[in-house]
Ligand binder design. Structure first.
Ligand SMILES: *[C@@H]1O[C@H](CO)[C@@H](O)[C@H](O)[C@H]1NC(C)=O
Ligand SMILES: *[C@@H]1O[C@H](CO)[C@@H](O)[C@H](O)[C@H]1NC(C)=O
Ligand SMILES: *[C@@H]1O[C@H](CO)[C@@H](O)[C@H](O)[C@H]1NC(C)=O
Ligand SMILES: *[C@@H]1O[C@H](CO)[C@@H](O)[C@H](O)[C@H]1NC(C)=O
Length: 557
């Protein structure tokens, strides 16, 4: 047949040959499931129908506990806002004499929805209720996805007119949570104060932020002496010495609320954002170029600071927002990575490198929080940074599912195609593609997670990969389950496009899209023979695709 000959006549595209060697005998400590933290600006979707369904997805990603962080838990409003980057609970108002009125109705609905869906709060005390802000007006704003971002910093970003009233609000709220959910439950939460105080989210000075922080932490700890408190959710990039100075305040400074030395700090948090570009020259049709280096430099800089204090070096760290860019609610061409494979492969290459940076600095990284949730009543695949669209899981969620499926001990995995850590931190992945792997072992089960990443959203040859898992303590029959995310598997977006991108899918199409959004395998599980403690698997991995191999002893459960 003619087309066959034509195919043979094409110049060979050289596939990337890669070998991955896993040594089960070389432990790197516990595998830390960092990809189980999520968050959003808008708190109220948590109890909307699609928001609640999305929480249920997040609460059942894998065997590890999911947490959710949200802005605006203390913000004034009707508690039903569906405005971008805004939301409210109306937890605090004052009567005509200026006496506080606490109303927990909406904030309880939010946390109730988390807990009902097996998600725990990563509580953020923020933002400033209108009745407490020194400079409250204007308080509301209208954000459009292409407007100037600075328009959002209204009255809610201002310091309180009374730090005593602020501290008392936090105390009353924490006490209410203790009474409503019980000590064991609230002890398992994270509690932090505000968001990115080093940029205009905080319209006050640095000492004023420490004061806000100390009064709030004191309020939480008065109500729940064992609550896990931390911070300061510092924005990466322009942070300078902010994180180090904050840590020093917590270690040695005078506590603004108690007058004593120091402020409790059970965990440290900061933010790390990438910097995507839209490349559109006369010689190319436009494409997105991710900026993974910018994000990893934020991580690198913050880990270095945390490691430099003996008192914080071993404290748990949560990267409280770790994303490809800085605006979930914005839609412009450089954000065109969010629907397809670019986003999950970026998560894979970035989150695993964050684990490696933690090893490098000897710090205790516990979480990387994806700032993406969902918007009820939005279009299908509209382009916001979200994990679901109209109850359909987007491909990115399957990167999280793979990463949190893994359990046990992390073991050494060497890939001949993986770009060196320092090189990716400095330059990103702009030249050869990055074919990387991490592995863990749990009893008679071995996991190998493999990614194929490049910053550019351009075609690249597949990687032809030979995997050898050595040092298994058993031989004989094994079962290989191969989870796969690519254009044909675990991918609701390509399915939706193949339907003609319907904005009003039929019920049948919708069900098909929901099924396509789940984590799928590449065929049925297959039999493997483990000999001399070694299992061998070969696979072909397209650019921006992900594989999770699970190899288990045939007679194990
Ligand atoms: C508390 O807030 C809810 C929800 O906004 C409202 O329905 C209720 O009337 C408020 N309670 C009081 C006592 O004002
Ligand atoms: C603080 O808010 C005022 C308006 O009340 C504004 O003029 C000023 O630019 C803000 N400062 C910062 C650092 O955002
Ligand atoms: C890319 O460049 C072309 C030609 O200059 C222009 O027409 C098009 O609008 C640009 N696309 C985007 C998304 O900026
Ligand atoms: C690009 O990668 C190739 C090998 O993949 C290497 O030989 C070359 O030096 C690299 N170029 C740059 C600019 O890093």
């Amino acid at each position: 047949m003619l087309w066959n000959l034509a195919f043979l006549a094409l110049p060979a595209v050289t596939a990337r040959q890669v070998s991955i060697q896993v040594d089960v005998g070389q432990s790197m400590g516990p595998y830390v499931p960092t990809a189980r933290f999520f968050g959003a600006d808008e708190p109220d979707y948590a109890f909307y129908p699609d928001g609640s369904a999305t929480l249920n997805d997040l609460g059942h990603l894998g065997p590890h506990q999911t947490y959710f962080r949200t802005h605006n838990l203390l913000t004034t409003g009707n508690g039903l806002e569906t405005t971008l980057k805004f939301g409210s609970t109306n937890i605090y108002t004052e009567d005509a004499e200026g006496n506080p009125i606490y109303n927990y109705t909406v904030v309880d609905r939010i946390f109730d929805s988390y807990l009902k869906n097996n998600v725990k709060p990563y509580v953020q005390a923020g933002f400033m209720p209108e009745a407490l802000a020194i400079n409250p007006l204007p308080y509301f704003f209208n954000f459009t996805p292409t407007s100037a971002y600075n328009d959002i910093y209204t009255g809610w970003s201002h310091p309180p007119k009374s730090y005593e009233k602020w501290g008392e609000l936090i105390y009353q709220w924490a006490k209410h949570c203790l009474e409503r959910y019980g000590l064991e439950e609230v002890n398992s939460w994270y509690w932090e104060i505000w968001n990115e105080p080093n940029i205009p989210y905080w319209n006050g000075t640095i000492p004023q932020f420490y004061k806000l922080h100390d009064y709030a932490v004191n309020g939480i700890r008065r109500a729940i002496p064992t609550a896990r408190v931390g911070g300061a959710e510092v924005a990466g990039g322009p942070s300078g010495d902010y994180l180090g100075n904050f840590i020093e305040h917590c270690l040695d400074g005078t506590n603004y609320a108690t007058g004593e030395k120091g402020t409790p700090l059970d965990f440290v948090s900061f933010h790390a954002k990438g910097a995507p570009n839209y490349i559109n020259t006369s010689s190319t049709s436009g494409y997105v170029q991710m900026g993974i280096a910018a994000q990893l430099q934020n991580v690198n800089d913050a880990f270095k600071v945390i490691a430099s204090y003996p008192q914080t070096k071993s404290k748990p760290i949560v990267v409280g927002e770790q994303d490809p860019d800085g605006c979930a609610a914005c839609i412009t061409p450089q954000y065109g990575y969010r629907n397809g494979l670019l986003y999950p492969s970026f998560i894979a290459a970035g989150f695993t490198r964050t684990m490696d940076l933690s090893k490098k600095y000897g710090v205790n990284h516990q979480g990387s929080l994806t700032w993406a949730f969902e918007y009820d009543h939005d279009e299908y695949f509209s382009g916001f940074r979200v994990v679901t669209t109209n109850r359909i899981d987007k491909p990115v969620l399957n990167a999280h599912r793979m990463l949190v499926k893994m359990t046990g001990t992390r073991v050494k995995a060497i890939s001949s195609g993986q770009q060196p850590l320092e090189d990716v931190v400095t330059n990103g992945v702009r030249n050869a593609t990055d074919v990387g792997a991490i592995s863990s072992v749990d009893g008679d089960k071995a996991y190998v997670f493999i990614w194929h990443y490049h910053d550019d959203d351009l075609p690249k040859p597949d990687a032809e990969i030979d995997v050898a898992v050595e040092g298994l303590s058993w031989n004989g029959n094994a079962r290989l389950t191969h989870y796969r995310l690519d254009n044909e598997h675990s991918n609701s977006y390509t399915k939706w496009m193949s339907m003609g991108s319907p904005q009003n899918p039929t019920a049948e199409q919708h069900a098909e899209l929901r099924a396509a959004g789940l984590l799928a395998t590449l065929g049925k599980p297959t039999a493997l023979n483990v000999e001399g403690g070694c299992a061998k698997v070969s696979l072909s991995l397209p650019i921006h695709a992900l594989s999770l191999l699970v190899i288990e002893k045939e007679d194990s459960n």
